[in-house]
Structures are given as C-alpha cells and as structure tokens.
Design a protein around this ligand. Structure first.
Ligand code: ZN
Length: 223
C-alpha cells in the first residue's frame, strides 16, 4: 500500500496541482496540516483536496485561520495572511478547518499530526532525540508530521520512526521545488520527491491579492 504524504501546502494551489499531476497511483493522500495560511488560494486548495478525498489533520495555521487561535504567536506577515484567509473563506470552509482533528491513525501503527504527537499544533521536531521524546506516549511506532517545512526521517533509539515529507507550498530547505513523499505503508520505506512548479504564477497571484511581499519573495529561494 502506497500513500502520498503531503504537508504545509499553505494555499499554494499551483504547487499542489503540480504534485498531484505527477503523483503515481496511491491508495490514499495524508495531509499533515497547514493546508491554508500564507498563499493565494485557500478555498481552491481545500476544494481540490476534498475532491481527491485526502485525509487531513489540523496545523497551527489552519486553526488560526479557522478560529483566530494562536494568531498572537505569528509574525506580522503570517498573521496578515491568516487574517486575509479568514475573511476570504466561507463559513463552511472555516467550520471544516476548525473541525480538523489534531491527530489521526489512518493505518495500523501509523499516526499523523502536524507538529508532533506530544504537541500536535506547535512542536518543531528537527532531530531523532526530540522525535523519541515527542513520540513516547504514542501506542504505534510510526508517525508522519510536517510543520518544519524540511523533509526528514528520524529513527529513534527505541525503534520508532518519524517521517516529515517537507512542504508542498513553501519549502524552507533552500530548494524551491514542491516537496512531498511516497510512503510504502507496510515496509515503512519513504521516497522523497521534488516537483518543479510555476513559482512566478503563485507569486503573481499573491501580489495581486496584496499578501505581504516577503511571503511571495521567499518562494523563489525555498526559504
Ligand atoms: Zn507550515
């Protein structure tokens, strides 16, 4: 069983379309949060994921857009974008975002969440030691996360595995191409992928919508 792991799409519809375009046949699409925030197309991004029957959990940006929770923790540009998304989205989309679960177990021994099992909305995991502690309370042995916008796998001393596919819509590892991963669920092997997309088109939409300029600029650098 192969699953597509997508995270931190951040309303970058052009990047999501490029990923879905080249995606091989998969049994499921798991999305580890931050589907909205930052980018130009929150409603169309949510609609496309619904159409593809993707499984979503909540990210900190999703929650902030849906309910305003955590907005005070954002920097000015992130807050501006989240407030715009909140005003652009209809009540049905906001309610759907607010209702997203923090953690799901979409397959045996797998959990998915945005930050970490210990702190699903906010914890950044950048190393195996943190992954081990953050997964300590988890009944299963494998966990898929997002939030850092940097692709990684962490194998803990206890034999647990944490997988982060990186970010579709705003990569931060210096490679501006959209990031995602293919997971062989049974074998727990991960194939990290990168896809070129029309970054200038996403930037054009963001500037047209008067989103903060630095949010558009950074996409060209993958930072
Ligand atoms: Zn994010």
């Amino acid at each position: 069983m192969t699953v597509a792991l997508l995270s931190d799409i951040h309303a970058n519809l052009v990047a999501l379309e490029a990923v879905l375009e080249e995606l091989p046949a998969v049994e499921a699409i798991w999305v580890m949060g931050d589907t909205v925030g930052y980018g130009p197309d929150p409603a169309d991004t949510l609609a496309l994921l619904r159409e593809r029957r993707a499984t979503l959990v909540a990210g900190n940006h999703d929650r902030a857009v849906a309910t305003g929770e955590g907005l005070q923790l954002f920097n000015a540009a992130a807050r501006t974008a989240a407030e715009r998304h909140r005003s652009w989205l209809g009540a049905a989309d906001r309610d759907a975002l607010a209702a997203l679960p923090l953690t799901l177990e979409p397959a045996s021994s797998y959990a998915i969440c945005h930050g970490s099992p210990r702190d699903p909305l906010w914890e950044y995991v950048f190393d195996a030691r943190t992954a081990a502690v953050a997964m300590a309370g988890l009944p299963g042995t494998r966990c898929c996360v997002g939030h850092t916008h940097v692709a990684a796998t962490f194998r803990t001393p206890g034999g647990k595995l944490m997988i982060n596919p990186g970010s579709v819509g705003q990569p931060r590892d210096g490679d501006p191409r959209a990031a995602y991963a293919l997971l062989d669920v049974i074998g727990a092997s991960v194939d990290f992928r990168r896809v070129e997309y029309d970054i200038s088109e996403t930037q054009r939409r963001m500037r047209g919508l008067k989103l903060p300029e630095m949010l558009a600029d950074r996409l060209a650098f993958g930072l």
